[in-house]
Design a protein around this ligand. Sequence first.
Ligand SMILES: Cc1ncc(C[n+]2csc(CCOP(=O)(O)OP(=O)(O)O)c2C)c(N)n1
Ligand SMILES: [Mg+2]
Length: 597
Amino acid sequence: MPKMKGGDLITEYLVANKIPYVFGICGHGNVGLLDSLYHARDRITMVSPRHEQVAAHMADAYFRVRHEPVATLTSCGPGSCNIVMPLACALSDSSAVLAITANVPTSQFNRSPFQEINKHYQADFPNIIRAVVKRSFQPTRVDMLPLALRQAMTTMLSGRPGPVNVDIPFNVFQEEDEVEMPPAAPPLNAQRSGAAPEEIAAAIDMILKASRPAIFIGHGVTLSEASRELTAFARKLGIPVISSPNGMGCFDMSDPLSLGFIGRNGAYPANQAGRHADLVIAIGARFDDRSASSWIAGYSWNFPHCKLIHVDLDPAELGRNYPPDLAVLADARTFLRQLIAELERRAPRAGALAPWHAQITGWQAEWQKFTAPNFETHASPMRPERVVADCRAVLPDDAILTCDVGVSHNWYMQFWNARRPQTMLNSWGFSGMGFGAAGVLGAKLAAPDRPCVSVTGDGCFTMVPHVLCTAVEYNIPVVWVIWNNFGWMSIRDIQMGMFGGRELGTAFYQGANKTPYNPDFAGWAKAAGVEAMTVSKSQDFKGALEHAVKANKPFLLDVHVDAEVKPPSTGTWELPPTPYREPAFGKRWLPETAPAK
Ligand SMILES: Cc1ncc(C[n+]2csc(CCOP(=O)(O)OP(=O)(O)O)c2C)c(N)n1
Ligand SMILES: [Mg+2]
């Protein structure tokens, strides 16, 4: 066996796994691997943003768009500590990132060399990162690398995907040993688990018996690439589809059977259908507080009065919040294919759901009547609905939207019509500010021929403004739409609504008389070499966005949006012990009869 340097083995393994990019930042700890990547630079590209947080958000977004992973590379100590937050985002949204971190030389373990974390254990970075990855590996010799790399890649992509860490001491990159290249890891979805035949029979029995069924989909359907099967199944039986944010687009949201998002910031028809349903088929979705009106019965769901079939490939999610009547441990696509095959053997009653459809059509009409006028209104600053509507009008169906965190996200969850899977990326479970503004760079590298637009708050963007430099350095033509409302307005809204309007630390001001302040974002962008425009009138936004997308260069639009127009709540959200509020549109509905079981 020929001798190989640790750094070369890692590089060749990344190439063998068809990993085209390493997103990362140098440090003395990882120069050994940089040297190996230098020699392979025609086969794997290093992209070096200005903050490690950005590198990991980029990797996360890249995976969400392509379902193929890339690696991040950070140095020992502070550089690697900077990826904790974005890895938490990736973990809570089941996104794969191969996080390669460097550590101090093994011969210096426990001597407190520069940047070692060793209060309790030598070279203790794995303990910092363990809560936010599926697994952390620390190979301390070159001959440990083949197994660690293979296990890391396999763990990352198998079952429910997620970030994995390989923490490598400085010397291991440069030392040589006789090592064999491990086989490439199976790609995402290489192994798929199905339901038992009796579970499928029981599921179909329940589905055909229901008079008010609804399907609830989450990221599991997206990750399983089950859009076609979901669409065929829902249309065959006419079952409406409610979506959590990372499931959006798996079922075309312009289809009348698509009811949108559910929960406080959901669409009224989704909450109405959720609380009136007699059967919910939840697939790859996890009933988190925001998509379940904090589990308070009658706002979004009515379990256990309503029956529940819960399908997921992670047993930890089955019954986490609602005990299912039928729990199925299976891959979403396989399960749906099994349902479709079983349906071929049964004869569903034609028109059985007509009364349910009539109710739903009525709720959709009410919602449409309530919301439509605001989509037409011109104003300065802009009405939020107008930004959403004009984005939809300008962007093609395959464009990728990376949402950030805050009020803008609430509006997009309520009103964005995603038409294809993997076109709307959301930091849903962890909601890390900067995910959208940074992630859009990774999304564009994953889909170079499609428009990629980030709608990001003024607060979110200011967390990662150096994304401008990276877009210019690497010529990544993305568009940032800054939803500029001069503050951390989603949090200010909580102070206004729940804390008597006592506002502190939630808006951006300058001077003693509290003049609203923000940097001139367009000027800031131009200083970085990015084209930019400020849009303060709604009449100008659509044209500006069209121009920015067409320009095919990094482009920033600073869009002034009215902070005082709030998204209408159609469910609720509770932060105990603070009292929760009744919806602004629609109301709680509790069944009169006792639970059916
Ligand atoms: C890294 C991080 N810090 C803090 C928060 C808490 N937080 C959630 S939304 C928000 C305000 C977002 O401000 P902005 O981007 O301007 O959006 P807006 O709500 O004003 O639309 C904050 C601070 C968070 N989610 N992530
Ligand atoms: Mg803001």
